[in-house]
Design a protein. Structure first.
Length: 328
């Protein structure tokens, strides 16, 4: 898919165009963060919507139930990234002609199951006939003690992540090799860090946050641009998922999976003190790992055997669609 100038569309580019056309106010009230915010302070309304389609988000072999669960998970992750508590979901289903009633019920059952696990009611939505299965979810939440945005990082803050990275990339490799079962869980059943996001908000010590949807590099760049600060990440500190460690990937493939692949839905955040991260980790079952510092300046850098500026790239839904079209 190309624009009128013949250049390939990117997700970031089209969002920028839409922000201009809609005259959207800057975040957090307008477009440009994980959620839009209505109101101020604790309890402010959080609104987010995400649309998943067969050709860009679901891998062959996923069950209908897994598709429904995944659609809910990725939307709850946006609420988690803002430190909010989810309170309602709206679900719209685009149903293709070759999808029977049993399959629709199974998708709906997966949606209901995942929503119930987080105590979130499904309060409405819509259905339409479409060319492929499409699940559009609108998530509604309430802000916690401190609204977490991408724009609050300050020089001297510590950079940390929840959980580990690379699990989704390892699962994708397993899928390409024809392996099912547990190796695919990270790809088909991402775990939204809602409880963790609420804890980050309640701590009062977290200054910025984002969920790692499109990869560590892309997510770090979002924080860098929104905050006007430089992020320095230490390669040896990034927590690597066991599945990726055991995948046998060579050095270059391992770094690509860790830095650019995405799909892990962990939280990347900045905190005022190292002690605050340690205290949060002691209260949560989920590991929290410090991976760097925020400095003056701009850009995202990876420190290892050599220091280098990371490319501003990651998963892009428009590029994924073009890849899918190329396979057909």
């Amino acid at each position: 898919m190309k624009n009128v100038d013949g250049h390939h569309l990117t997700e970031r580019g089209i969002i920028g165009e839409l922000r201009r056309i809609f005259n959207s106010p800057p975040p957090p009230a307008g477009m440009g963060d994980d959620c839009s915010v209505i109101g101020k302070g604790p309890g402010a309304l959080l609104l987010s919507t995400d649309m998943l389609s067969e050709s860009t988000h679901f891998v062959a072999g996923m069950t209908w139930r897994e598709r429904g669960r995944m659609a809910v998970s990725v939307n709850l992750s946006d609420i988690a990234a803002m430190g909010g508590r989810p309170v309602a979901l709206l679900i719209s289903l685009g149903i293709p002609p070759d999808m029977d009633a049993t399959a629709v019920r199974r998708v709906a059952a997966g949606i209901a199951e995942r929503a119930a696990e987080f105590g979130v009611p499904v309060t409405g939505g819509d259905t339409k006939r479409t060319g492929e299965l499409t699940i559009a979810v609108t998530a509604v939440g309430r802000a916690g003690r401190r609204l977490l945005t991408r724009g609050g990082a300050r020089a001297g803050d510590w950079i940390a992540v929840t959980g580990s990275l690379g699990g989704a990339a390892a699962a994708y490799s397993a899928w390409k090799e024809g392996r099912r079962g547990r190796p695919l869980t990270a790809l088909t059943s991402p775990e939204p860090r809602v409880r963790e996001g609420m804890a980050l908000s309640d701590s009062g010590m977290v200054t910025a946050a984002i969920d790692i949807t499109d990869g560590l590099a892309a997510s770090a760049w979002y924080i860098s641009r929104a905050s006007g600060r430089r992020l320095e990440i230490s390669r040896e500190l990034i927590p690597v998922s066991r599945a990726l460690e055991e995948s046998g990937a060579d050095r270059d493939a391992l770094e690509e999976a860790l830095i650019y692949w995405g799909g892990d839905y962990e939280l990347l955040f900045t905190a005022r003190t190292r002690r605050s991260v340690d205290e949060l980790a002691a209260r949560l079952e989920t590991p929290l790992t410090v991976i760097g510092r925020v400095g003056a300046g701009s850009g995202v850098y990876l420190n290892g055997e050599r220091r280098r500026r990371l490319d501003e790239r990651g998963y892009d839904a428009f590029q994924a669609m073009e890849a899918a079209e190329g396979r057909n």
